[in-house]
Design a protein around this ligand. Structure first.
Ligand SMILES: O=C(CO)[C@H](O)[C@H](O)COP(=O)(O)O
Ligand SMILES: [Fe+2]
Length: 221
């Protein structure tokens, strides 16, 4: 299992002060920044694109930026986000006919490659490509919006994927995204996740350090 990562989703930040919010959450102990890209096509919402990622890099953000593409098609955005300073780029298998090719594209551009699984997406989408992935993102809500409730069946999926990852002996990260909070993070960790995306559970709190510390404490068993 990889070291624990807490990745606040800046979808839940105050967009009017995005740079400051990003620095604040990193100073509060966040390990990565989770960057949700929504196109009002693959998902019914619109967020931000590569220019904002580049602006955060220019503003001095050096932490890993974990780009979660909820867009279709994916190829152009993969290229643009790699250029804009993304560290990892994750896409959904339903968003492209060419999953293997796009994993390779992400790696060729020097980023870590991830695949995101919606709540109803079966695990056979990992067949033949698991060993090429750096990260698997289990969606514990239907993608498109922050602030939704964690779907409990995600725990079964996390356990099943953890088994598959352990069989490979590769350092593939298992990330969980949607409705993660200090209340449920321990059960998500016990199911086998090592990377925790949280938007509202951090940004809706007045004290980001307290929110992140509570999450870290809940998984330091
Ligand atoms: O990908 C996402 C939604 O599609 C977000 O990363 C996710 O919803 C995080 O927000 P919250 O912790 O508030 O659920
Ligand atoms: Fe996300």
């Amino acid at each position: 299992m990889q070291p624990i990562v807490i990745a606040p989703s800046i979808l839940a930040a105050n967009f009017a002060r995005l740079g400051e919010e990003t620095h604040n959450v990193l100073n509060a102990g966040a390990n990565w920044i989770h960057f949700d890209v929504m196109d009002n096509h693959f998902v019914p919402n619109l967020s931000f694109g590569p220019m904002i990622c580049e602006a955060l890099r220019k503003d001095g953000v050096t932490a890993p930026i974990d780009v979660h593409l909820m867009v279709s098609p994916v190829e152009t955005m993969i290229r643009d986000f790699a250029k804009a300073g993304a560290s990892s780029i994750t896409f959904h298998p339903e968003a492209t006919l060419h999953v293997d090719r796009n994993i390779q594209l992400i790696k060729d551009l020097g980023c870590q490659a991830g695949l995101a699984l919606n709540p109803a997406t079966p695990l056979n989408c990992l067949d033949y490509i698991l060993d090429k992935l750096d990260l698997i993102l289990v969606m514990s809500v239907n993608p498109g919006f922050g602030g939704q409730s964690f779907i409990p069946s995600a725990l079964t999926k996390i356990r099943d994927i953890r088994k598959k990852i352990n069989e490979t002996d590769l350092p593939i990260r298992l990330s969980v995204d949607g409705g993660v909070s200090e209340k449920n993070i321990a059960s998500i960790y016990e199911a086998g996740a090592d990377t925790f995306v949280a938007g509202s559970a951090i940004f809706a709190k007045p004290d980001y350090k307290h929110a992140i510390d509570s999450m870290k404490q809940a998984v330091s068993l």
